[in-house]
Design a protein around this ligand. Structure first.
Ligand code: FAD
Length: 340
């Protein structure tokens, strides 16, 4: 087996996030020896937390310059760690921090990078990766001869490594940084409060809201405030992740007074996202193909729609409730609240 490096960065608190542990899990199941390379202000605590993962060596590029994500310093650190490891294959978690630099690092090393990788396998010592194409409709298994091969592994695709902490000996990797590398400074982070963040990739369930929530209902009126309450109550009670059909987010984008917490980032489908959740519940969404293609990795699907001829009825859902979502969700939320 070739030399494999798991390249990870620490979080601001010095820990390793789940995607980093998934990259270790992916390297381990290849069966060969692997090295772990860490980048961060101080990586000792992170290395100790994975001391028993089976890595033959721990390398660390550390210092205050690597505390904040910044292209120039991150790329220099990643390059130095890859060189120090003599890595032929680099498995890195596809975090926003790494995604910015990995292609550049591969270029500097004279290698190649593959992004959005969903699996890494080895047969007879030859490493291959899986990757989806054409909006997740076709899956390809790829091998490359060019080395080093930098693989950005999507989160949520591999089992995260679990094991006991210990004490790891970290070999320091020197990184040469010019002043020009340090011109960019992160002055702050704007992020919604945790309870306002409704896109939750790790949630056990996806709740999709469709344009039906904003449509005129049998009493001749639209009930936006009620729709908002049902959706937000469900999210609060279940901690589900929120998705949307394109029609609903387009309405929001057109400045209509619709659901204010919906953005284009919530859109699921051909021109939206393809999240991975064990279960999904679609409400007031017709289930057309450009939307349901985004449900490819949702294992168990249920939908509530008034129309018995909607797309979900055509083999797109495991269970379809022909019912009024306002009534169903009010009852579901009542039952969920009673369980709390
Ligand atoms: C190139 C291309 C790319 C596209 N990409 C995407 C994409 O990425 N994502 C996406 O979503 N769409 C995409 N679309 C659009 C897609 O084809 C549909 O137009 C869109 O998904 C429809 O959204 P909807 O089902 O929410 O709205 P509608 O089609 O308006 O359906 C609303 C549904 O709500 C139901 N309803 C109304 N009231 C209630 C109630 N009280 N209880 C229960 N049900 C109720 C109705 O019966 C109806 O089925 C794309 C289209 C094209 C051409």
């Amino acid at each position: 087996m070739e030399t494999i490096l798991v390249l990870a960065h620490t979080e601001t608190d010095g820990s390793l996030a789940k995607p980093a542990l998934e990259a270790i899990g992916a390297a381990k199941q290849l069966g060969g020896a692997f090295v772990v390379g860490l980048v961060g202000e101080n990586v000792q605590a992170a290395a100790n937390s994975i001391a028993s993962c089976g890595a033959v060596k721990f390398l660390g590029a550390t210092g205050a310059d690597f505390k904040q994500p910044r292209y120039a310093t991150d790329a220099a650190a990643a390059e130095a760690v890859c060189k120090a490891a003599g890595a032929a294959i680099v498995i890195a978690p596809a975090t926003s921090r790494w995604n910015r630099v990995l292609a550049g690092v591969a270029h500097r090393l004279g290698g190649r990078a593959d992004t959005h990788v969903t699996a890494v396998t080895a047969a007879n010592g030859a490493v291959a990766v899986n990757r989806w194409y054409y909006r997740q409709r076709m899956e390809a298994v790829l091998q490359r001869t060019q080395r080093p091969w930098v693989i950005a592994l999507e989160s949520g695709c591999c089992e995260a490594w679990k094991g006991s902490a210990g004490s790891a000996a970290v070999e320091a990797v020197a990184v040469t940084l010019s002043d020009a590398c340090k011109r960019t400074t992160v002055t702050g982070i704007h992020a919604p409060a945790a309870d306002q963040q409704t896109i939750r990739p790790d949630a056990a369930m996806l709740l999709v809201a469709g344009a039906g929530w904003t449509k005129t209902q049998p009493d001749g009126k639209a009930h936006i405030a009620e729709a908002e309450k049902h959706i937000l109550d469900f999210l609060r009670l279940t901690k589900a992740s929120l998705g949307s059909s394109k029609s609903l987010v387009d309405l929001s984008g057109e400045g209509q007074a619709v659901l204010p917490f919906m953005t284009h980032l919530h859109q699921i489908g051909q021109t939206g996202s393809t999240p991975r959740h064990p279960k999904g519940l679609s409400t007031c969404c017709h289930g057309e193909e450009p939307h349901t293609v985004g449900w490819r990795f949702v294992n168990e699907r249920r939908a509530i729609d008034l129309d018995p001829n909607c797309g979900w009825a055509r083999g797109k859902a495991d269970v379809l409730y022909i019912a009024d979502a306002f009534q169903v969700m009010a009852k579901v939320n009542e039952l969920l609240a009673a369980k709390k």
